[in-house]
Design a protein. Structure first.
Lengths: 234, 234
DNA sequence: GTCTATAAGGAGATAGAC
DNA sequence: GTCTATCTCCTTATAGAC
């Protein structure tokens, strides 16, 4: 829902388009340019905010990262705060899409594994978004209090309830499901948020697909076994 | 920290004490003042840097948090960069003191449990230091490259070697010991670094000692079992 | 639609009064 | 030793030329 919601806002500035001839061609070109510029700015801002936090990030740095003049950033995004909030919302949307439909009747092993895997995938496909989010939480989550105490709490509670029923049915150990969710979150996000540490210690330039696959298997194995969940085929 | 830090700022107006009699007393008093001011500044800076990152933190904000004029911060600490580095070093020293003396002949369960517990203790006793460190890594660890690729890598390698031998002796599953160390780091630091998220989701004002004890037990149980390490008394 | 110029305030750091 | 005043640069944001 966030990929291309930019087009609608001010597509046609009625004044400009009043000349008849170039109208369609120009309109298209502008639409495309706008879309691309917005995408570039959002991507650049995600990197800069992730690296320096909200206050530490400057619009100048974002503009340079995006290869545009600074005032273009403000023209497209209004102001710094709005840009930041938009990025947070984009990341929350990606996040909310995860593990959206589990039920008590699902297989615990399958669900936990899918949970771990999808979190790893998200960390890998959007590391800057993950770090942006992390920086926001690290700073006390000034923009996200409502989200944490509302939507996200509900998300956790719903899944925790299912884990609890699995434990009652003897499908897993009676561990506190909320701590378990935090364990999975922290273990998976670590590879995005602390990437610099991971790469430095393991002497890598980057994590390969094979590395990520190994880590995912390691985490699944340890966490499932640690919770007394029997893997699928067993 | 902020309750009563206003009193000390102007205790001795040097004019008053310039008489010879009070000289020694002044010297002592200043020594004490200096020590206390430095401590206050370091504590305040740790909080502000943790919250806003290196760039986002302002000396003004640090000075206010410490209850001192801004130029006092510069007088004591030289410059922003030096202050920041000093804080990082202080945190690395705390960190290096952990789990400093393990050997192949130790009991894996005991060591892993002590590891988890001491990391939780550190996160709890120095949450701002932990978040400061996290913010530095999140931003690509510009000040810590050397440390990560040197000291810390050695620290990890030494412990990984021991874990590997335990696995060979059948004392634990043959999991990759480096991923295991990252798992323990991430799971424990989460409660300091993502405190805002944890508190928001669990609807708490703060984590009590009992909460921390429960979390520590949960993590020990899941991780030890997950690695095939038999708890001590078994 | 896009960019230059600039306003208004905050940053880190220093000089020098006290 | 401590703090006020200030320098210079950089910040967000806007006004208005093109």
């Amino acid at each position: 829902m966030t990929q291309r919601n930019s087009v609608q806002t001010k597509v046609v500035s009625s004044k400009v388009v009043s000349s008849k001839v170039a109208t369609r061609e120009r309109g298209e070109a502008n639409g495309v340019t706008r879309e691309r510029n917005e995408r570039e700015i959002l991507a650049a801002a995600e990197r800069i905010f992730a690296r320096h936090g909200y206050r530490g990030a400057s619009l100048q740095a974002i503009a340079e990262e995006a290869g545009l003049p600074k005032s273009n950033v403000l023209y497209y995004m209004g102001n710094k705060r709005g840009l930041y909030v938009r990025l947070l919302e984009r990341m929350m949307a990606r996040w909310n899409a995860l593990l959206d439909d589990i039920s008590v009747d699902d297989d615990p092993a399958e669900v936990l594994e899918a949970f771990i895997r999808s979190k790893m995938d998200l960390s890998r496909s959007h590391p800057e978004g993950s770090r942006l989010f992390a920086a926001e939480i690290l700073g006390g989550a000034p923009f996200l209090q409502e989200y944490l105490r509302g939507e996200l709490r509900d998300w956790v509670e719903a899944r925790a309830a299912i884990f609890r029923q699995w434990a009652e049915r003897g499908l897993m150990d009676p561990v506190d499901p909320v701590w378990l969710i935090f364990l999975i979150w922290s273990a998976t996000q670590h590879y995005a948020d602390f990437e610099a540490q991971v790469l430095g210690i393991t002497d890598r330039e980057e994590l390969s697909d094979a590395d990520v696959e190994n880590i995912t298997r390691f985490l699944s194995q340890v966490i499932l076994k640690g919770c007394g969940v029997t893997p699928r085929q067993a």
